[in-house]
Design a protein around this ligand. Structure first.
Ligand code: CP
Ligand code: NVA
Length: 305
């Protein structure tokens, strides 16, 4: 039996597979108003144990635009929020749906769900990583700058789930990834990843400036004082390349990690980035369902792979 095609973490993939998924994402974006009905008859289950706007909406719209269905079951409303085990939940869900997308805080729990699921499971963000977000981000980089290869992507603020997926994609897409973060977080940065405590140094010559909230979900009440030198503001943007773009996965904590004039300024592409979640999601789903024993009809649509 073939392995189930889970989408767990970017480090699990080779470059060609991820680049191929992004090619499909661009092709599907081009077909935005004439979406191929490749998911006809297929159902995606979604389960969240944290809030979401983009992940929830983009997966739901992705399935529906391409002819499929969705069912949302949040943790607290389901038996997994009570006594049912992850194993039993995964086994049962696999009998009903063709793919599962989950936002599960605990990465180990997420891996357990993947272990027992008989259909593809997609990581909709854990405490460790957010691979779907970085696929949309890199799609945006390709759209705006042509290619991620050889670009300098500078990250500011916290070391978190979003930055972890940037770290994993760097060797695959060929970009230089530099983190600027407070000194006491130096020890959190995985071995081999470039970092500095000097925000200006990280921004210097960067093609992409990216940040995320200093207070991830579940960290409410955290002291943010140490992060202020890493705020992305006009002064910091001035050190980047003049054509540099600004990315933020959203939601922003207005106006902490980014100033209003940068978030709403001409270099900001945050809403294109948010839209690209939809197109990237479609391509990730298509990849997951390709080899899963499920017939994904492509109709007359020809991926420009
Ligand atoms: N960027 C992102 O994952 O947003 P949501 O939390 O709204 O899904
Ligand atoms: N780092 C943030 C990302 C939200 C999309 C969090 O985990 O809350």
């Amino acid at each position: 039996m073939k392995d189930v095609r889970h989408f767990i973490d970017l480090k699990d993939f080779d470059a060609d597979t991820l680049k191929g998924i992004l090619k499909k994402a661009h092709a599907l974006k081009a077909e935005k108003y004439n979406p191929p009905q490749i998911f006809t008859g297929l159902t995606l289950a979604m389960m969240f144990d944290k809030r979401s706007t983009r992940t929830r909406m983009s997966f739901e719209v992705a399935m529906k635009q391409l002819g499929g269905h969705t069912v949302v079951m949040n943790k607290e409303e389901s038996q997994i929020g009570g006594a049912e085990s992850i194993e039993s939940t995964a086994q049962v869900m696999s009998r009903f749906v063709d793919a599962i997308m989950v936002r599960m805080s605990n990465h180990e729990d997420f891996l357990e769900l993947c272990k027992y699921a008989k259909v593809p499971v997609i990581n909709g963000m854990t405490n460790r990583s957010h691979p779907c977000q970085i696929m949309a981000d890199l799609m945006t980089v390709e759209e705006k700058l042509g290619n991620a290869d050889g670009k300098k992507i500078a990250w500011f603020g916290d070391y978190n789930n979003v930055s972890q997926s940037y770290i994993e994609a760097a060797p695959l897409f060929g970009y230089e990834f530099v983190m600027a973060l407070p000194e006491d977080l130096n020890g959190n940065v995985p071995d081999g990843v470039a970092f500095t405590n000097d925000a200006q140094e990280a921004a210097s010559g960067a093609d992409v400036i990216v940040t995320d909230t200093w207070v991830s979900m579940g960290q409410e009440g955290k002291d943010i004082k140490k992060f202020w030198p890493y705020q992305v503001n006009a002064e910091l943007m001035g050190h980047a390349n003049k054509d540099a773009i600004f990315l933020h996965c959203l939601p922003m904590h207005e106006w902490e990690e980014v100033s209003e004039n940068v978030a709403k300024g001409p270099q900001s592409v945050i809403y294109d980035e948010a839209e690209n979640r939809l197109h990237a999601q479609k391509a990730i789903l298509a990849w997951c369902l390709e080899d899963a024993g499920v017939s994904v009809k492509q109709d007359s649509f020809n991926f420009a792979a």
